[in-house]
Design a binder for this molecule. Structure first.
Ligand code: SF4
Length: 368
């Protein structure tokens, strides 16, 4: 189950998520989310919830009491007795001693911290509202309060900040002792501040060589430090993979609540992209029925992004032997440099995952 808290005090220069800087809408949006949750109680086939995730936006703009209210409400509508992981994304400068003491009263047991970098110049460029020192302090405060499952986000591939900056970030991150790291290459989306700067020629994507070098640095340093590179952008110490995100990659059903959240029940995918003020009045969904080709392409995409890869027996089982044979043949063109075919599986080795998008796209089926 996913709750999207779309509010942000300040908009980051790279962000094109569904978010809103008008914090006056928080109370009405929260109540609308509770109404949406009630109305969605029959969307999933399976009433047993395994994980809960608060994303955004900035969930830490809500009082922890409000986050717990969502957890309790979910528990009244669904079977949450087996929930093993409840994650909340947090902004480092929200992590005050007072906030943590309230957070400890909730069932949240995994914190996802939006660090992005420890370099104050890079943070300013990205319009983040915290410094590197504040991000490090936030991790320490959470650890002192007893949190033992912390993940932090890093961004790499930023023009003007070379490999030394990333080296420094990785070193600092490792010294803090987090259990999980998500590292994303910066993408310049047209609707963002970076997008507008790029249009004026004031900002650019980094050269391919820098992307490759930084990706390799991340992979090498983090795996040497004992992290498993288990998905394109995700690294975990043993036992600390994100169960919630792994469910998306495994095609498990999910219910998303809030403006900007997506839901999937095995047949239908629905989402609500309304502006927050409209959502607070009445939630309206767009939806699509997934075709056989959609299911196939989705499985290819999610499987090849994971270190486990695609199991050809599973493809044959779900989509027929002919399709499995065709997939095996098609993937041979990448064998040796981007793809490994072994033991009935097609895998992209983690160190090659930077090119996974191109490989995945080439293996997609096209709807006739
Ligand atoms: S990156 Fe996160 S904190 Fe920044 S604007 Fe986007 S949703 Fe808000």
């Amino acid at each position: 189950m996913y709750f999207h808290i779309p509010f942000c005090k300040r908009i980051c220069a790279y962000c094109d998520f569904h978010r809103c800087a008008d914090l006056r809408l928080i109370p009405s949006a929260i109540e609308a989310m509770h109404r949406e949750l009630d109305a969605s109680k029959d969307f999933l086939h399976d009433k047993q919830i395994a994980t809960i995730y608060f994303g955004g936006g900035t969930p830490s703009l809500l009082d922890p009491v409000e986050l717990q209210r969502f957890i309790d409400h979910a528990g009244r509508l669904f079977d949450t007795s087996a929930v093993c992981e409840i994650t909340a994304e947090m902004n480092p400068d929200d992590i005050t001693a007072e906030y943590i003491s309230k957070l400890r009263q909730t069932d949240i047991n995994r914190i996802s911290l939006g660090v992005q970098s420890f370099d104050d110049g890079a943070l300013r460029l990205m319009n983040r509202r915290h410094t590197g020192a504040e991000a490090a302090d936030a991790v320490k405060r959470l650890q002192d309060a007893g949190y033992t499952n912390i993940t932090a986000d890093l961004i790499f591939g930023i023009e003007g900040f070379g490999i030394e900056r990333l080296e420094g970030d990785i070193e600092r991150m490792l010294s803090l002792g987090v259990q999980h790291i998500s590292a994303y290459h910066l993408t310049i989306e047209p609707s963002t501040r970076f997008g507008r700067m790029a249009e004026r020629g004031e900002f650019h994507a980094v050269a391919e060589e820098q992307s490759e070098e930084e990706f390799a640095l991340l992979h090498n340093q983090l795996t040497e430090a004992g992290f498993e590179h288990y998905e394109v952008s995700n690294y975990a110490l043993p036992g600390y993979r994100s169960r919630h995100n792994s469910s998306y990659w495994l095609g498990v059903e999910y219910l998303g609540i809030g403006p900007g959240a997506h839901s999937f029940n095995g047949e239908v995918r629905r989402w609500c992209e309304q502006p927050v003020a409209e959502y607070a009045e009445q939630c309206r969904y767009e939806q699509e029925q997934l075709s056989d080709t959609d299911h196939y392409n989705e499985m290819i995409m999610t499987s090849l992004r994971r270190v486990e890869g695609v199991d050809l027996a599973e493809v044959a089982n779900r989509f027929g032997t002919e399709r499995a044979v065709r997939l095996e043949q098609e993937s041979r063109q990448f064998e040796g440099f981007a793809v490994v075919l072994k033991d009935g599986k097609i895998r992209i080795p983690p160190e090659k995952m930077l090119v996974s998008d191109a490989v995945i796209e080439a293996l997609f089926d096209v709807e006739c």
